[in-house]
Design a binder for this molecule. Sequence first.
Ligand SMILES: [Zn+2]
Length: 92
Amino acid sequence: MNQCKHCEDIFDPMSLLKKRVGGYFNECPECVLELKTEKAVRYRGVVGAEGKMAAISIVAFNSEDEADQYVSTFNGCGFGKRKTNDCNLINH
Ligand SMILES: [Zn+2]
């Protein structure tokens, strides 16, 4: 576990969220988002693939919130609000 240099929160540097938002090893994901310390453009496959699936559409977002919103509207699956990962088999 690491301690954030901004808010002094303890966070897991190996967590998915941390990996997703980037930033330095001593910045918690919340602060990375809040302070926008991660400068790299974020890319997100709309289908939420974990690498083995060809991305159907890759879109750059301004923020993680925006990205998540976009993804959730795109992955409705016709079954209501199912989790993104459940949809891969159905849609593919
Ligand atoms: Zn922090």
